[in-house]
Ligand binder design. Structure first.
Ligand code: NAD
Length: 491
């Protein structure tokens, strides 16, 4: 079935990989085989790097006002192909169409923000730092850069980085998740239509060998990674040791705290969307709800109702509210973590295991699951489950809740539901997480704010999106100039 093989895009050409190693891309709802991802070799990464390095010479000299014209075209093509891209995301990744549209919208917003590069990458100048001497700081592109991305947002995550990299004058290589290569394939068909000069954007499909080749390649200057924490640590450590700038976003375990004065209907609705949206496979999924004081009874009852009533099915059906997890191994992993939690003393109050969806009997489905009496130091409360599982913990005060929130390994997001400004301020001030939601359950920063993970959710200094991305994709150069006044007397 060679026509199903996904191609690489190197130096402006679609090319088959020379590898004999492929993995199947499977629709997690229908189990239909959608294609085959080549596990490209280090040689293919090198081909892409050589193309990107050659293209860099002219691309960095292209005025930024001209570079962004390509992004305007890309934005229009993404809009024109919006529905087809959303369907592709749903088919290979399993989320609902609404969720696919949502991630695509954020991808496009990042293209729009990157169109402001002529202003955002300006440097600054001080005249007369000493008599007749001026000092300038200018921003120049870093060089050849690469993105390595996870399965759960097949379109959006590349856009936290790539539009800024290109607009700043860098050339680029994308290594998408081998589990979901088809969305990026379609996006590269659009990049091809945009007509970027050959070698400015390149796509190399693959897994560990391709990642290692990116980490070791001496010509690659910047790496953006998003994925699980152990691989983020590995990429950060190895890439930095090789002298590259690296930003590596890792896993998460996001708590949601509910105070007794919260609007319970709102807290229930938003927490359910956070925990069960994208079947819990969001790095900003709420996965532990901490009830404080008297919120326990009403919140527990409300969230059980929300979990039980969520419509689970094939994401292409517009009525469906929750799709699949990524594959059968994931279902097994999540169900065994639930069992481990039960063995540690948690009580299953909504059991979503062994889900069977009419017409999709072989799909990788789970239903929302809720457990109470969860041990704050145990498996359910501390492990990233990455599935539609909400653990409930009860404490007496907001201080106890903040102590629990800060006890974890991760720091991607923490949320609070309350009607009190003072409590909200205390939470925002004391919590050790990079993204905070107040009466918000998925605190996903807009494209003009950094995606700010902390602790084991992020390794590096500059995050994706907005000004952070501009800083990541430029290096500063400082020039000190002396032009003696006497010299001007010649004219
Ligand atoms: P993953 O770490 O398995 O894979 C991510 C990337 O790393 C893929 O491109 C993969 O090919 C590559 N990779 C995997 N194993 C490797 C290895 N041994 N050596 C070198 N490269 C390797 O992650 P995933 O399962 O695709 O995605 C889910 C994870 O991503 C979750 O932990 C989730 O929290 C995290 N995530 C984080 C954010 C964030 O912003 N912090 C956003 C989305 C997803």
């Amino acid at each position: 079935m060679s026509k199903n093989k996904v191609l690489n895009y190197i130096n402006g050409e679609w090319q088959p990989s020379a590898t004999a190693d492929y993995i199947d891309v499977v629709n997690p709802a229908t189990q239909e085989n959608l294609g085959r991802t080549p596990l490209s070799s280090a040689k293919e990464v090198d081909d892409a790097v050589q193309a990107a390095a050659a293209a860099l010479v002219e691309w960095r000299q292209t005025p930024s006002t001209d570079r962004i014209q390509y992004l305007f075209k890309l934005k229009n093509l993404l809009e024109e192909n919006f529905e087809e891209l959303a369907r592709t995301i749903t088919m290979e990744c399993g989320k609902t169409l609404g969720e696919s549209r949502g991630e695509l919208r954020r991808a496009i917003e990042n293209v729009e923000v990157a169109c402001g590069i002529p202003l955002m990458m300006q440097g600054h100048v001080s005249e007369d730092i000493a008599s007749g001497i001026d000092e300038l700081m200018i921003r120049q592109p870093v060089g050849v850069c690469a993105a390595i991305t996870p399965f759960n947002f097949p379109s959006m995550i590349v856009f936290w980085f790539m539009p800024y990299a290109l607009a700043c004058g860098n050339t680029y290589i994308v290594k998408p998740s081998e589990k979901v290569p088809l969305t990026m394939k379609k996006i590269f068909q659009l990049l091809d239509q945009v007509g970027f000069p050959k070698g400015v954007v390149n796509l190399v499909n693959g897994a560990k060998e391709a990642v290692d080749a990116i980490l070791d390649h001496p010509t690659i200057r910047g790496i953006s990674f998003v994925g699980s924490t152990p691989i983020a640590k590995y990429v950060y450590t190895k890439g930095s040791a090789n002298g590259k700038r690296v930003q590596a976003q890792g896993g998460a375990k996001n708590p949601i705290v509910v105070l007794p004065d919260a609007d319970m209907e709102m807290a229930k609705q938003i927490t359910a969307d956070s925990a069960f949206g994208c079947a819990g496979q969001r790095c900003l999924a709420g996965s532990v709800a901490v009830t404080v004081g008297e919120s326990q009874g009403p919140f527990t009852e409300a969230i059980m109702e929300a979990a039980n009533s969520r419509v689970v099915g094939y994401g292409l059906d517009e009525k469906v509210q929750m799709g699949t997890v990524i594959n059968a191994q994931s279902v097994n992993r999540i169900e065994s973590l639930i069992q481990q939690g039960v063995d540690e003393g948690a009580k299953l109050i909504v059991d979503g295991r062994s889900a069977s969806i009419p017409d999709y009997g072989k799909g990788s489905f789970m239903r929302p699951t809720v457990l109470e009496n969860v041990d704050p130091a145990g498996t359910l409360a501390q492990t990233e489950i990455f599935g539609p599982v909400l653990s409930l913990i009860h404490v007496n005060t907001i201080d106890d809740a903040i102590q629990f929130v800060n006890s974890g390994q991760y720091g991607n997001m923490a949320c609070l539901f309350t009607a009190s400004g003072a409590a909200a301020r205390k939470f925002r001030y004391e919590v050790n997480a990079g993204n905070i939601g107040i009466n918000v359950g998925v605190a996903a920063p807009m494209a003009f704010f950094p995606f700010s993970g902390w602790k084991d959710s992020f390794f590096g200094v500059l995050h994706g999106q907005g000004r952070h991305a501009v800083e990541f994709f430029t290096q500063t150069k400082v020039v000190v100039e002396r032009w003696p006044k006497e010299w001007s007397r010649k004219f």
